[in-house]
Design a binder for this molecule. Structure first.
Ligand code: DOR
Ligand code: ZN
Length: 425
């Protein structure tokens, strides 16, 4: 099957793009023969987004999200590949549980990979998985503090053992970088905590100390480390000054770029997330870090929970909120506002991940590459109304926010899967 996408704006040039099967066969001014034509009407076509940080859930938490609802949310958000996080029930800690997850993921409408948890308890299981050279495992995931799971590793020897494995199997370690013992200490200072205390309790000091420690170990071992959802200006400085001294990559989240603790007054627990929303000056430093190249990627940290859980008192409400559907509209709006270029958006949201996580033939619009494509309309106005989310989690700290720039179509492996709120198989 050959599909011709006519009049695509690719890197500011109007070109035709021929899809043949799963791949991009031709890009240029010619009009090659095809079975089907779609007029893209000079809209921008960018590589489908690759999101390394998604909590798809499913298994025993399918009431929160499953592969079908997560796929729809991703497609609506122009995301064509996700890496599923391991803090599920059961967690992705051994081959048996990974296989359960593989069964569920067969329902996915988008490309996917898994991040496997590394803890002090499962080193042998991780090695057993990696020895099978699984092409569907993207990275190891290490939690230095508990977050929607009690599994965390603070012990330096264990962390370095995990780094050794990462080195041997040449797989990055994605790290949730907050120190559990430090959080515990700050918890002790507050007797009746409220949402406005979240940023104090999971204190920036805990994230900073953890990131410093991890970088020291990465220098020693030499493996690739990827600091997930970087939230503080101090960590940005530490990462910036160490990027040329070890194999260090930095992810931020849309909410650490665009929101800060001020939004909690209206959003309440809908804005409860780990690491917490910080301050306006952190937002500013993260934006600079994007433009100077210290931040490599943006991952949504899509973390759906039940509305009833999020409405519980602060202390009982789980952290995290959905992000697949809001990421690209929010970022396109930033492009429209001049915060960064569309080229930078592509680097952050697909190209850099394809390089860090070794995803051949993805992350670029190029002949011979997979036709994972997102068509965006820079002028389309949007308003975030969580009731309309395809995710099962229908709430958002961005509720009622408006902006310009939205997703029109999403192609996965050469197939049109989404067009303006319609889904296709
Ligand atoms: O806020 C968060 N929620 N941060 C995490 O690290 C985990 C996530 C979840 O799984 O809900
Ligand atoms: Zn996460």
């Amino acid at each position: 099957m050959k599909i011709l996408l006519k009049n695509c704006n690719i890197n500011n040039q109007i070109q035709n793009l021929l899809i043949d099967g799963e791949f991009i066969h031709y890009i240029g001014k010619n009009v090659p023969d095809s079975d089907n034509e779609i007029d893209i009407k000079k809209l921008h076509v960018i590589p489908g987004l690759i999101d390394p940080h998604v909590h798809v859930r499913d298994l025993r938490q399918s009431e929160k999200e499953d592969w079908i609802s997560a796929s729809k949310a991703a497609l609506r958000g122009g995301i064509t590949m996700v890496f599923d996080m391991p803090n599920t029930r059961p967690p992705t800690v051994n081959l048996e549980f990974l296989n359960l997850k593989r069964e569920k993921a067969k329902h996915s409408a988008i490309n996917y990979k898994f991040n496997v948890a590394a803890t002090s308890q499962n080193i042998d299981d991780v090695i057993r998985i990696l020895k099978t050279a699984p092409s569907d495992v993207a990275a190891l995931k290490l939690f230095i503090a508990g977050s929607n799971s009690n599994e965390y590793v603070e012990d330096r020897t264990t962390i370095e053992k995990i780094f050794e494995i990462s080195n041997v199997y040449n797989l990055p370690v994605i790290i949730h970088s907050e120190l559990q013992s430090c959080i515990k200490q700050y918890e002790g200072y507050i007797s009746n905590p409220k949402i406005s205390d979240h940023n104090f309790i999971r204190n920036r000091e805990c994230a900073i100390k953890s990131t410093e420690m991890l970088i020291e170990s990465a220098k020693k071992i030499g493996n690739k480390i990827y600091i997930a959802h970087t939230s503080t200006a101090e960590e940005i400085e530490i990462i910036k000054s160490n990027k040329n001294k070890c194999r260090l990559y930095c992810e931020t989240s849309p909410h650490h770029l665009l929101l800060n603790e001020d939004v909690l007054e209206t959003a309440g627990n809908f804005g409860k997330v780990n690491p917490p929303l910080r301050t306006e000056s952190d937002n500013k430093r993260i934006l600079e870090a994007i433009n100077e190249g210290t931040v490599d990627t943006i991952g949504t940290d899509h973390a759906p929970h039940l509305l009833t859980e999020k409405l519980k008192p602060y202390i009982e409400a789980p952290s995290g909120f959905p992000g697949l559907e809001t990421l690209l509209p929010l970022l396109l709006n930033q492009v429209n506002n001049g915060a960064f270029s569309l080229e930078k958006l592509v680097e952050l949201s697909s190209f850099n991940s394809s390089q860090i996580f070794n995803l051949p033939l993805r992350g670029k619009i190029k002949e011979g590459y997979y036709a994972d494509l997102t068509v965006v309309d820079m002028n389309k106005q949007w308003k975030i109304e969580a009731q309309k989310f395809y995710s099962k989690a229908k709430y958002s700290p961005y509720e009622n926010m408006t902006g310009f720039g939205d997703v029109e179509m999403t192609f996965v492996n050469g197939k049109l899967k989404y067009h303006n709120n319609n889904f296709f198989n």
